[in-house]
Each structure stands twice: as C-alpha cells, then as structure tokens.
Design a binder for this molecule. Structure first.
Ligand code: 5AD
Ligand code: SF4
Length: 462
C-alpha cells in the first residue's frame, strides 16, 4: 500500500519548488502525496529561516507532530518526521537537541539524498525507541543538487509551472541568511531549463515562473556552449514555445538590482510572452543604509533601472521588498525610503521589520534600532505602499485583462486568478474553473485585489 507523505511548506517559491521535488524523489519509494496531515506516514516540514518568526513557527509546528508521532506509536505505527529547508541547514543541531523526536534533518542541497537518509533513519529507529532517529545531512555537494534530482513529475498539471533555474547567493547582504543556508550561486545549463520548461508546458502549464534566489544572476551555459544571460534565455524560451499556447506567459523571481543588465531590460521590450511585471527588491532608499546592507548600489542606480524598464515596457508593474529598522537607520534614512517609494510608485510591495539573524554581520552591528521605532516606520511605510497599490488597482477598473485562474477564493463560489501584472483577481462565475485563461473586465480595485467579470464573448478555456 502506498505510504502517505504530507509536506508543509514555509517561505519562498524556491521552497514550494523544492517541496514538489522532494515528493518526486520519494515517489519511487512508494510515497504518495496527501493534503491531509492526519493520515500521513511521513511529514516533511520545509522551513524558512529568513526572519525570526518563520523559524519559531517550525518549533511550534514540531510540537504538534511530536504528539501525532506518539499517538501513532501507541497504535504500533509511526510517523516519520523530517525537517528540511533553511532552518534545517542553519539550526540542524539545535533541532535535534530541542526536538529529539525528529527523524531526519535535511538541508536544501541534500534533497537528492533523501532515499538513503530515510533508510538510515529507519535503521536508527530500530535502536532508538520513542525518540526520532537523528539523521542529519546539511552538506553542500560539490555539484548542484539539480544534477541529481529526478525529472520534475508534473502531476497533476497546474496552470503555473515553477522552474528553478538558479540557486544560491553570493551577494551577502548583511541582514540575510540565504548565502549561508543555500550556498553559492549556481546556474542550471540552458538545455536543462529548456527541457524542463517543455515538460511543464506539455503537462498543461500556461505560465512558467523561473525561480532563483538571485534569478537574474543566472549565467548558464547556452546550447551554443557560450555563457547566456537571463535575457537571452527568456528570448529563447519564448521563441521555442510560444506556438504551444497563444497566451503562454513567463515571469522570473527574485531579482537583484545589480543584475538588471541591458539584455534583460530589452527582453521586457521584445519578448511578447514576458509578463509586464517585475519584483525588484531594494530594501531601503537611503544610500548609507544600502551601503551598510552591502547591496552594492545606490538609490539613484535603482531609479535609473526603473526608468529604463519603463522605457522598455511602459506598463510594467513594479514590486519590491523593504526592511525598516536596519541597524543605524535614522529618521532621515527612513525618509529617503519613503521618498524612493513616492518616486517609483509601486504596484505592490512587501515590507518587514529588520530581524537580526544569527551569524549575519548585521546582527553584530552597533546602533540596533528599537522595536518600537522599527514598528512605527513599518506602519508608516505600509500605509504609503497600500495607498500606491490601491491606486494602481483602482486605475485598472474598466480595463480588460487576461487572467489565469489558479485556485479557489476565500468565499464559496469564488475563484482567484492572476492578471498579467500579478494582481489577484477575484472571480465569481460558476462557468469558470481552475486552469482557465480568460479575458476579464475589471469591475473593482482594492489595495490587495481586483474583482472581475468574465467578458462573455471572449470566454475561452486554456
Ligand atoms: N530581516 C528582515 N527582513 C529580511 N529579509 C531578508 N532578511 C531579513 C531580515 N534579516 C527580507 C528582505 C528580502 C525578503 C525576502 O526578506 O526584504 O528581500
Ligand atoms: Fe539575501 Fe541579499 Fe542574496 Fe537576496 S541578494 S538572497 S537579500 S543576500
């Protein structure tokens, strides 16, 4: 009988991608995915370490699984508990100490070794009654895990295909754990990316999201043996596959301003299938703080890139990430951030209070900003960003847009789709189903979503 695998995913889209790949690795061992935690024979908690809250959630989640494991054991069974992702990488030893019932801890570069780790865990389990079996693998292999993972199994076919093309980060922003938990930058060769894109599209994906911690740092080997940039890759992908679906669309995330080269900006002008959308984190609008963060660019560099992008693609929607209360941030520095936001005009943005992460240079900097001040700035920034996203969304009312329907909405009967600008679009139409790629007239715009009506004449299934 198939064993049931439940995966709980925290954090970024790279983690979502990795979770799917872990399921692929475990499928040949007889594990079938389940969406109901209660009947799981194995659980993988795929963790995020980017902020404190994210890491703390893991330990509270583990408390729940400790009880589930004990109950299963009373009935003569067991639940294998695995912790994966960046908390596993950064705090593997601590997980074993604080949660000894965990069977295995596996870092993001070791997922292809899951079968042997599981076998090891099972051997250990025979010896250690009641506890977990304490297997830990957080090694970074010499080559990337991508060279070892099986082909992506795209079942069931979703309308959005996720495709990791790059992993790791060499940027070492002074607030960030990613370079430590994910390792050095690695780009998959173009041939592997093209082959995986084709499999996803043939399985039904009509939007392909190219993923990487520093996705626009992608410099992979092209089919011609030369090193390609992301702009070149996007052109190639669109040229090869545009004929497969009239609305096939591409996006990429997450980008770094330092890697926004002219070839990539030109792709926003020339590649018809590239969505008019870019998530381009800046973190702060103050040059002094950008320097302390080791971002490697100034506010004016960002504004210049934005200008070029808008020249290339006038309707491009820009989103970003911000941190308030980075060590040393003064009122003036924060004012510079607000000014940058006013100057750019974002379609949407994420903002966070600075969270000192163990092992990062930022956590050791003097002049840590008080929680009260960081919070106050966060609220002020969020108020401005919300105003901007509401204005952006309101300006869409009356327009018609291609919306890809992705999942159920909050209310019964509602479905959620995405516009070309990555806005959430709420639809309430019994004839619409997940996977449809339809033309929608926007009827209402709020800070976080649009509401739309399906334009009857152009109703068309994907
Ligand atoms: N504190 C707060 N926010 C952080 N981010 C990354 N590290 C930290 C930290 N230590 C935010 C950045 C990044 C996003 C993914 O998370 O804004 O772009
Ligand atoms: Fe973290 Fe900076 Fe790398 Fe982004 S670029 S993953 S923020 S170190």
């Amino acid at each position: 009988m198939a064993k049931k695998l439940f995966i709980k995913t925290y954090g970024c889209q790279m983690n979502v991608y990795d979770s799917a790949r872990m399921a692929d690795v475990l499928a040949p061992l007889g594990y079938a995915k389940t969406e109901t935690p209660d009947d799981a024979d194995m659980v993988i908690i795929n963790t995020c370490h980017i902020r404190e809250k994210a890491a703390e959630k893991v330990f509270s989640e583990l408390g729940h699984w400790r009880i589930r494991k004990a109950e299963a054991r009373e009935r003569g069974g067991d639940v294998t508990i695995a912790v994966a992702g960046c908390v596993a990488q950064a705090e593997g030893e601590e997980i074993h100490a604080r949660a000894p019932f965990v069977d295995l801890v596996v870092g993001p570069q070791a997922y292809h070794r899951l079968p042997e780790l599981l076998a090891k865990a099972e051997r250990h389990r025979a010896l250690a009654s009641g506890k977990g079996s304490g297997v830990l693998d957080t090694e970074f292999p010499v080559e990337s895990k991508f060279d070892h993972l099986p082909e992506q199994v795209a079942t069931p076919p979703g309308p959005v295909g996720f495709l990791a093309i790059q992993e790791g980060c060499d940027k070492f922003c002074t607030f960030c754990v990613v370079p430590y938990t994910r390792g050095a930058e690695y780009s998959r060769p173009a041939a592997a990316v093209i082959a995986e894109a084709e499999r996803l599209i043939d399985a039904g994906a009509v939007e392909v999201a190219l993923l990487g911690q520093n996705v626009n740092a992608w410099h992979g080997e092209g089919p011609d043996g030369k090193t390609w940039s992301l702009g070149r890759l996007l052109r190639e992908l669109n040229d090869r596959f545009a004929h497969k679906h009239p609305k096939l669309r591409w996006r990429y995330t997450t980008s770094h301003p330092r890697e926004m080269d002219d070839e990539l900006i030109a792709a926003h002008r020339d590649v018809a299938g590239l969505m008019p959308f870019l998530h381009l984190p800046i973190q702060s609008g103050s040059d002094a703080i950008l320097k302390a963060m080791n971002r490697g660019h100034r506010a004016e560099d960002y504004l210049r890139i934005v200008g070029k992008l808008r020249q290339a693609r006038p309707d491009i929607a820009l989103t970003s990430d911000f941190i308030t209360g980075f060590p040393g941030e003064s009122d003036r520095d924060f004012e510079a951030t607000l000014q940058l936001v006013r100057d750019v005009g974002f379609a949407q943005a994420y903002s966070f209070k600075y969270s000192p992460r163990p092992g990062t240079p930022g956590s050791l900097m003097p002049q840590q900003v008080s929680d009260a001040v960081s919070t106050e700035r966060l609220y002020a920034l969020q108020a401005l960003l919300q105003e901007q996203s509401a204005a952006f969304n309101r300006a869409c009312v009356g327009r018609s847009m291609d919306v890809l329907v992705e999942r159920p909405g909050r209310q019964p009967g509602q479905l959620l789709g995405r516009s070309p600008y990555m806005q959430s679009v709420v639809l309430n139409d019994p004839a619409v189903k997940i996977g449809d790629f339809i033309t929608v007239t926007v009827t209402d715009g709020h800070a976080n979503s649009l509401f739309g009506d399906v334009a009857g004449a152009s109703r068309e299934a994907a």
